[in-house]
Design a protein around this ligand. Structure first.
Ligand code: CA
Ligand code: CA
Ligand code: CA
Ligand code: CA
Length: 436
């Protein structure tokens, strides 16, 4: 992935906005105002609609003041300080000529106060604004057979009766731009009601991981002129930088022996877009584990051009026995954080050699162990289930054949003196504490 500097610009823009707000009389939230809150965020996984992306779910809530009232009718709602153009679940409406969110819920998407359909109760809570025929609108449920309903999604966070009734029309599905999401003339413009309770829920799917974003609600306040109220919540602001990783440089097989007492070398390749010296080495983790700690307290890392492209690479050594590699694993992921807050992500495949008896060799003894268990289930790696799928079968035999004769380096961890020479580029520069 090409690295961009967009996030830095967004942060600067966010600062400018905050300064401008202060000058424009933006004030902090007080009970009785309408606020925006992130009620859920997570990284999506297998089975979700966008695996690997981050999901953020927000509620817009009219709060209750000490006198039991909500004093503000909500006009505009903003979620700012992140790159809205990278939101995945957005679409462009030809008919209305805007780019908007596809997944949001309120009273009329859930229980159905609608100026064109009249009031109708719904038992499900669809999310997609279907504009296939200009001027014909309907909220629809997910339907795999209907490509136009691809964005449909049932509200998993609230039921319809949780939303405040009599909410006037939310004119837009959340306009998306480079500074986030905007709801203009969001509600209240037609009936001037002071609404307390849950007004709106919306979902954002985005490649960036959680950080602080700013929300604003532009309200008419009963005590005077409209106020712009602001606060902070969680949103997609942390840039993800994909890195190219090579476990065991020089080897394509990346064979690892679970019983190895040695070190696992890993190269993170630098690129035109990524200066690896910007990595906060304290945050560098492979399979969730930090590099080997040298006797002097520094990490066992060095900066050198491993692949000869004249760009600096990062060579990191991990202790095999610390890495927690388990039978069945087929890759190891590396994570880290750059000095500017962006997150590194990379992964490379590994092949766990079928050394069932742990003598650091794959030979006839391991074959004999497998033969003894052949065809049985649930015996474990030590008894011949090389791929840890619960069965000792032909697949395991093929794995054994592929690695037959493999010998892990028998040498233990090199002497400290040797390591000092190997890691000379980094020692002293990167004396850091181990992460708790
Ligand atoms: Ca390799
Ligand atoms: Ca290089
Ligand atoms: Ca063996
Ligand atoms: Ca197996």
């Amino acid at each position: 992935m090409k690295r961009t500097r967009l996030q830095t610009g967004t942060v600067l823009l966010g600062c400018l906005i905050m300064v401008a707000q202060a000058g424009a009389g933006t004030r902090s939230f007080v009970p009785g105002d309408t606020y925006v809150e992130c009620i859920s965020y997570r990284q999506l996984g297998a089975g979700d609609d966008f695996p690997g992306m981050w999901e953020y779910v927000y509620d817009v809530v009219g709060s209750t003041a000490a006198d039991g009232q909500n004093h503000a009718w909500t006009r505009d709602v903003y979620l700012r300080g992140f790159d809205g153009t990278q939101i995945v679940n957005q679409y462009y409406s030809e008919w209305a000529e805007y780019t908007g969110l596809t997944q949001r819920w309120d009273d009329h998407t859930t229980e159905g106060l609608s100026w064109w359909m009249g009031y109708q109760l719904r038992t499900e809570y669809p999310s997609y604004w279907d504009e296939v025929s200009p001027g014909v609108h309907e909220w629809v449920l997910p339907d795999p057979a209907d490509p136009n309903a691809a964005w449909g999604m049932i509200n998993q966070w609230h039921t319809g009766d949780e939303y405040a009734h009599e909410l006037s029309f939310w004119n837009q599905p959340g306009l998306v731009d480079e500074d986030g999401v905007t709801w203009q003339n969001a509600s209240g413009v037609t009936n001037f009601q002071y609404l307390a309770g849950l007004l709106l829920t919306f979902r954002i799917v985005h490649p960036y991981s959680p950080g602080d974003v700013q929300w604003e609600t532009w309200t008419n306040y009963t005590t005077g002129d409209p106020d712009l109220v602001s606060g902070t919540t969680i949103g997609p602001v942390v840039e993800i930088v994909s890195v190219s990783l090579d476990i065991k440089p020089g080897s394509d097989a990346n064979s690892v022996n679970l019983k190895s007492m040695g070190l696992l070398p890993v190269v993170v390749y630098g690129s035109d877009e990524l200066d690896l010296t910007e990595i906060d080495l304290d945050t560098l983790l492979l399979n969730g584990v930090g590099p080997r700690l040298m006797p002097d307290g520094s990490w066992h890392v060095s900066f050198e051009d491993v692949d000869g492209d004249l760009l600096l690479d990062l060579l990191v050594h991990f202790e095999m026995q610390a890495l927690g590699i388990e039978p069945g694993m087929t890759e190891l992921a590396l994570t880290g954080v750059l000095m500017d807050g962006a997150e590194l992500q990379g992964a490379d495949a590994i092949r766990i050699v079928p050394d069932f008896n742990g003598d650091l060799m794959v030979n006839a003894t391991d074959l004999a162990i497998m033969k003894h268990s052949y065809g049985t289930a649930g015996v474990g790696f030590e008894f011949g289930d090389a791929n840890a799928d619960g069965l000792v079968d032909a697949t395991d035999l093929a794995i054994l054949k592929a690695s037959f004769g493999f010998e892990a380096p028998t040498g233990a961890v090199p002497e400290p003196a040797t390591l000092l020479v190997m890691g000379c580029g980094a020692i002293g520069l990167f004396r850091r504490r181990r992460r708790p």
